[in-house]
Write a protein that binds this ligand. Structure first.
Ligand code: CA2
Length: 155
């Protein structure tokens, strides 16, 4: 069975309770339910986590890599600052899709740069909670495709 870890960074625990004009009224628990339903439809095993602490996210990325799992990550503000997350994703070998609720490119300049995008398979942003479902579908497709391709020879 394909495993996907859906990881959420700082302040995403506040979703639906503050700043609804930017992030909407859906809570992280609502998003988890949507992700679990979509995961079931795709036949995926889902691990869904949130932390405000960078090191927890690093540990979870390493764990996903060790399990051969894929990652869908909304790293929140760490997206724009964290070399540690970038190194963890690169080192994990886990196919990773970066996602955001908001269209970060339509917002402040400091949100236009992502340190994790260059080590991710791709980026999805601007679709609200649907970004999570698109991210899940994308990582699923990448993992199915990679499993189908012959392994590169060692020579
Ligand atoms: O759009 C996204 O998903 C973001 O990752 C959200 C982050 C932001 O720093 C990124 O630039 C884009 C912020 C998450 C904070 O969420 C809150 C929710 C409610 C109230 C306050 C913060």
């Amino acid at each position: 069975m394909i495993n996907v870890h859906v990881l959420n960074g700082p302040n995403l625990n506040l979703l639906g309770r503050r700043e609804p004009q930017i992030y909407g009224s859906t809570t992280l628990a609502d998003i988890e339910k949507l992700v679990r339903d979509k995961g079931e439809a795709l036949g995926l095993a889902i691990t869904f986590r949130q932390s405000n602490h960078e090191g927890h996210l690093v540990d979870w990325i390493q764990e996903a890599g060790a399990q051969g799992a894929g990652i869908v990550i909304n790293a929140g503000a760490y997206t724009h600052t964290s070399i540690a997350l970038r190194d963890a994703i690169a080192g994990s070998g886990a196919p990773t899709v970066e996602i955001h609720l908001s269209n970060v490119h339509a917002r402040e300049g400091f949100r236009h740069r992502s340190l994790i995008a260059p080590v991710s398979v791709g980026v999805i942003c601007g679709f609200g909670p649907t970004s999570y479902l698109l991210g899940l579908e994308a990582v699923h497709r990448v993992m199915v495709e990679r499993a189908r391709l012959p392994k590169p020879s060692q020579h």
